[in-house]
Design a protein around this ligand. Structure first.
Ligand code: URP
Ligand code: ZN
Ligand code: ZN
Length: 478
């Protein structure tokens, strides 16, 4: 990863005549980027040589996407996600995402500071800018002190706490509360995976013991009630600890109701959902043979009534972010091996690595399904894709908007191009797409990272290692 010094000198870049859309603005102008930052926005800008000029007429100019939920090159139990930071962030870039916040984790018996060091080694190949959230596995006096160090020294200002996966990642309520209290005093954000892990474990063990081993039982053993219960519990603990709370990958109406109620009471509670919950339903688990394993992510896909509730939550601002939860495991064992593959769970759904890919399709899917199909405003689209996550996670205004002084992270987006999603054309190492064969209107044309054109149509002009680590500040409020 670049530290931003000693790289090749940055070109002066002029983007002409695009329709600039932010969370609040919509106008046509030129953008001049110098030294990686937006220097001037104005009409008919004239710049002396040398300057690299890009014609954006007919295109939307959007802030680079900010995806705050990815798992790159990540050990998860006995499995490992198949994208390296190099391949995963290249895929992100082709999908219009220029900033990723990825999850690193503490290992049992170790300091989270060691986990961060290990993450930095893996993240060195990133092609877009990256930050880190820390997953806490143990909460004790030393790890609480380490959390403080992560916030104040290391630019890691958000933590993920799991209420699911007992014995692997789950924390008890006392530990959740202690970690929340620490965050409260230091401007950090607590992210929760809210499902009742212990009750789910009972249901899973019973299913497996009675021969219900196929992928569809993943969904049947993780009822929406248990997501709702855990979300409510997390909110109450956060209220007591006086900390803001961010509920990750929210999928269920009951969980959304808990978030909405908290927000109605002026609590700083936020939530994201993911494209798979907005576009897919639990019917996918009825696919023949082992195909349903492709859709084994946690929480699982829900029935269509939940999907409608989520779209409504995006409209009413009870959901503020759409992120991908990109957690890619191949369907097939080859070429990367069983460790990286869903095939581990052929006989028993509880052994299927939980997670699905999506890092490359977030912007165009939501543009198509939200803006074109459901009347979402372009401003709301930009807010969900870039501005809100940047504000919530201490990146704004460096990231998440188009303004003088912000990084020159831009997406030139053709609102009229129609194309079809094909995993064979993706840049991730994963061997399938949840959205194979979906035809969308609206496509990423060019992507700029700090002024450098890294995606030009189908051409890759970026390079591994050019992404910078983002030392994040205090997490914000919306
Ligand atoms: O299935 C999922 N979501 N896998 C990634 C780990 C997590 O819970 O976010
Ligand atoms: Zn999770
Ligand atoms: Zn996740």
């Amino acid at each position: 990863m670049s530290d931003g010094e000693g790289d090749v000198p940055m070109a002066t870049v002029l983007i002409k005549q695009g329709r600039i859309v932010t969370a609040v603005d919509d106008y046509q102008a030129d953008i001049l980027i110098e030294d990686g930052r937006i220097r001037t926005i104005g009409q008919d800008l004239v710049v002396g040589d040398p300057v690299e000029i890009h014609d954006a007429s007919g295109l939307l100019v959007l802030p680079g996407g900010v995806d705050v939920h990815t798992h790159l090159d990540w050990e998860f139990g006995v499995a490992r996600t198949v994208d390296t930071f190099g391949t995963g962030t290249k895929a992100a870039a082709f999908g219009g995402t220029t900033t990723v916040i990825d999850f690193c984790n503490q290992n049992r018996g170790e300091s989270p500071l060691v986990g961060l060091e290990d993450w930095h080694h893996r993240a060195a190949s990133a092609c877009v800018d990256v930050g880190a959230h820390m997953i806490m596995l143990e909460v004790n006096p030393q790890s609480l002190a380490d959390m403080q160090t992560l916030i104040t020294r290391d630019g890691v200002t958000s933590f993920k706490l799991f209420m699911a996966y007992p014995g692997v990642l789950m924390l008890d309520d006392g530990s959740l509360f202690k970690a929340m209290r620490l965050a409260a005093g230091h401007g950090a954000m607590i992210c929760v995976h809210a499902e009742n892990g212990q009750v789910i474990q009972v249901l899973v063990e019973e299913a497996v013991a009675t021969g219900r081993g196929g992928p569809k039982y993943h969904s049947e053993t993780r009822p929406t009630l248990l997501e709702g219960e855990a979300t409510h519990r997390a909110i109450k603990l956060a209220e007591l600890a006086k900390t803001p709370l961010y509920v990750v990958h929210l999928s269920a109406r009951e969980a959304l109701a808990a978030v909405a109620e908290a927000r109605d009471h002026d609590l700083p509670v936020y939530a994201e959902t993911c494209p798979h919950y907005l576009f897919l339903t639990n019917e996918e688990y009825a696919r023949p043979g082992f195909e349903g394993a492709k859709y084994v992510m946690t929480p699982p896909l829900r029935d269509p009534s939940h999907q409608q509730a989520l779209w409504r939550g995006l409209r009413t601002n009870d959901l503020q972010v759409i992120s991908t939860d990109h957690c890619p495991f191949c369907f097939n064992e080859q070429p990367f091996g069983l460790k990286f593959s869903k095939q581990q769970g052929q006989q028993d759904f509880s052994k299927i690595p939980n997670g699905a890919p999506g890092i490359e399709t977030r912007l165009p899917l939501v543009y198509h399904g939200g803006v074109r199909t459901r009347g979402m405003s372009l401003h709301r689209f930009v807010a969900l894709m870039a501005t809100n996550p940047a504000k919530l996670f201490g990146l704004f205004p460096k990231k998440g908007t188009i303004a003088v002084g912000s990084d020159g992270d831009l997406v030139l987006f053709d609102p009229n191009e129609t194309w079809t999603i094909r995993a064979s054309e993706h840049h991730s190492r994963v061997d399938y797409s949840l959205f194979e064969g979906y035809t969308l209107t609206g496509r990423v044309q060019k992507v700029f990272l700090r002024g450098q054109c890294i995606v030009d149509g189908k051409e890759w002009r970026g390079r591994e290692g050019m992404g910078e680590f983002i030392h994040r500040g205090e997490c914000g409020r919306l």
